[in-house]
Design a protein around this ligand. Structure first.
Ligand code: 5GP
Ligand code: ZN
Length: 114
C-alpha cells in the first residue's frame, strides 16, 4: 500500500534489522525497543489493524503465531516467557496502521498492561 511505513520496510525501501522472513511474514527489530527482545511481526500483505481481520485474510495471522512459536524455540530470551501485543486503534496506542504484533521478552513483564 502506498505511503505505508511497514509496506516500505517489507519492500526494502526503508532499512530494517531483519530477524526472520518467509513468503507471508516479515519480522524485524523495533526501532525503539522497550525490552531486550522487541520484535515486530507483520504480514507482507497490507492489513491496517486487528479489527480488519476476517475469513479472507486470517490465515496469515495464524501463521504469525506459528512463527512466534518457532522463534520461542530459537531465541534464548524467550525461554522464560514472552508477551505478544497488537495495539488496535489510536486510543490503544496504535501508531502505524499496518497490523503488527509486538513480541517482547528478556525482562520481567508486569500485568496489567497500562
Ligand atoms: P504501535 O505504536 O503502532 O503499536 O507500534 C509501532 C511500533 O513501530 C513502535 O514500537 C515503533 O517504535 C515502531 N517503529 C516506528 N517506525 C519504525 C521504523 O521506521 N522502523 C522500525 N524498525 N520500527 C519502527
Ligand atoms: Zn502496509
Amino acid at each position: 500500500m502506498a505511503d505505508c511505513l511497514f509496506c516500505k520496510i517489507v519492500a526494502g525501501e526503508i532499512p530494517s534489522k531483519k530477524i526472520y522472513e518467509d513468503d507471508l511474514v516479515y519480522v524485524f527489530e523495533d526501532i525503539n525497543p522497550t525490552a531486550p527482545v522487541h520484535y515486530l511481526l507483520i504480514p507482507k500483505t497490507h492489513i491496517s489493524r486487528l479489527d480488519e481481520v476476517n475469513a479472507d485474510n486470517s490465515a496469515v495471522i495464524a501463521h504469525i503465531y506459528e512463527v512466534i512459536a518457532k522463534l520461542s524455540k530459537e531465541v534464548d530470551a524467550m525461554k522464560d516467557g514472552f508477551r505478544v501485543v497488537s495495539n488496535c486503534g489510536e486510543s490503544a496506542g496504535q501508531s502505524v496502521f499496518h497490523i503488527h504484533f509486538h513480541l517482547l521478552a528478556g525482562r520481567p513483564l508486569t500485568w496489567p498492561a497500562g
